[in-house]
Design a protein around this ligand. Structure first.
Ligand code: GDP
Length: 443
């Protein structure tokens, strides 16, 4: 996702690289490139204009920060602007004081509304909340069946009264049912049309006036670009929405909708759909999205993921060791296992800046290499692991390790050389203030 936008933005600041100061003249081509990138990502024209103007103003007014290159500073300004346009922070799903919380799901047909309803139900379930899905699309029996099927898939109850009942009644009775069953969230799936029409809006308004939802979520399709943004604005004007769910983000390489929705409608994107499976729903975080758009790697997610897996003190100790070049093979093994514990090698590597273009073959190679390195370290003695220099000096030791791990002498030699090089690099990186802990992998 966002490949096109990321690449073009990258071109934008390449134009600034090597210049020692941001100035009115050298910034023009970069701004031009941003403008082009956003337009080709189908971002709304007014949003593009404001974006470029704001970036220009901030870039020209930016104080020179010592130790930071102008292109880096420029990237930061663009990043901040992206975050701002998308609404700064995540706006979580409402939770009413009284139970149940009522969520009305609206949207055009085919946008993924029914799927999103089930996704949201599953999301709530994972948060120890429980949901009831209510099927009010009486015009399409298939829509009710679809909700029932999804409900049984994720083991979430569905309330329906067939196709003869009035949608408003179904919604009302659904809520009563939830109250009786002690269910804390009611998700009302409503009828969608291919286009906005007065019948659809009237019906939505009637349901809304009756059930007084805590949340009205509009489901919009990311592939429709700026259309998604104007649709959100229209729905908000006509019935009042509290947020949007942007679906099919996985299928949209341009990503313009994520940028336009908030600015055009004033309403936050609360969730994004990233696949057809019921698990494929994520809360929307402007900062993470900005990182992805910029192709800088999703560093925030990486760090959070790492924190889930490991003790912080451990990570800090590792980092301190890296900076002081005390990093040894034990630490290295720990770091590798830590990385492995965080998920597949591929998904981790993709989150690292500059690594998002790895191919499947690269990743497989990396995973294989990881195993070989682990085997070789496994054959080292305690002393050798703690003092990597021992191995640089002693061919005998290297031979023993090669034999023990089933590798060639040259492979062990290469590991030792690469390890030393990595250690030097990490040290330089830490001193340069870059992200520590993700040094290149020997091999
Ligand atoms: P509704 O008419 O708005 O209720 O739409 P559906 O929920 O039936 O979804 C329409 C189609 O979009 C289905 O084929 C879904 O599998 C697909 N879909 C929904 N959400 C996503 C998503 O986030 N990513 C992808 N790739 N497909 C999705």
């Amino acid at each position: 996702m966002f490949d096109a936008l990321a690449d073009r933005l990258e071109d934008a600041w390449k134009k600034l690289r090597g210049q020692d100061k941001i100035g009115a003249a050298n910034i023009k081509p970069a701004l031009q490139e941003i403008r082009r990138a956003l337009l080709s990502a189908d971002v709304n024209l007014q949003v593009v204009r404001d974006f470029v103007a704001d970036v220009e103003k901030k870039a020209l007014g930016a104080e020179v920060v010592s130790g930071v290159r102008p292109d880096q500073q420029f990237v930061k300004i663009v990043y901040d602007e992206l975050v701002e346009v998308m609404g700064e922070t995540n706006v979580p799903l409402a939770q009413a004081e009284r139970s149940p919380t009522i969520v009305l799901m609206a949207g055009l047909q085919g946008t993924g509304k029914t799927t999103a309803t089930a996704k949201l139900a599953l999301f709530l379930k994972k948060q120890e909340r429980n949901a009831l899905m209510v099927a009010t699309d009486v015009y399409r029996p298939a829509a009710i069946d679809q909700l029932i099927t999804l409900g049984s898939q994720i083991d979430v109850p569905v309330f329906e009264l067939g196709t003869d009942a009035d949608p408003v009644d179904i919604a009302r009775q659904g809520i009563e049912h939830a109250k009786a069953e002690g269910i804390d969230t009611v998700l009302i799936d409503t009828a969608g049309r291919l286009q906005i029409d007065t019948d659809m809006m009237d019906e939505l308004r009637r349901i809304k006036d009756t059930v007084r939802p805590d949340e009205v979520l509009l489901v919009v399709d990311a592939m429709t670009g700026q259309e998604a943004a104007s649709l959100t604005a229209t729905f908000h004007d006509q019935i009042g929405v509290t947020g949007a769910i942007l679906t099919k983000l996985d299928g949209d390489s341009r990503g313009g909708a994520a940028l336009s929705v908030r600015r055009i409608s004033g309403q936050p994107i609360k969730f994004v759909g990233v696949g057809e499976k019921v698990e494929a729903l994520q809360p929307f975080y402007p900062e993470r999205m900005a990182s992805r758009i910029l192709g800088m790697g999703d560093v925030v997610s990486l760090v959070e993921k790492a924190q889930e897996e490991i003790d912080l003190a451990d990570a800090e100790a590792l980092q301190a060791k890296m900076m002081e070049a005390r990093f040894d093979f034990n630490d290295f093994l720990k770091q590798m296992r830590l990385l492995k514990g965080m998920g597949s090698f591929g998904s981790i590597m993709k989150m690292i800046p500059g690594m998002n273009k790895l191919s499947g073959a690269d990743i497989e190679k990396g995973e294989g290499q990881l195993k070989r390195v682990e085997a070789m370290i496994g054959s080292m003695t305690k002393l050798e692991r703690e003092d990597p220099d021992l191995l640089s000096r002693s061919p005998g030791r290297r031979r023993r390790i090669a034999k023990g791990s089933g590798h060639k002498d040259t492979e062990v030699m290469k590991l030792v050389n690469d390890f030393n090089r990595m250690r030097t690099m990490m040290q330089q990186m830490s001193q340069g203030g870059m992200m520590p802990g993700m040094g290149g992998m020997p091999g």
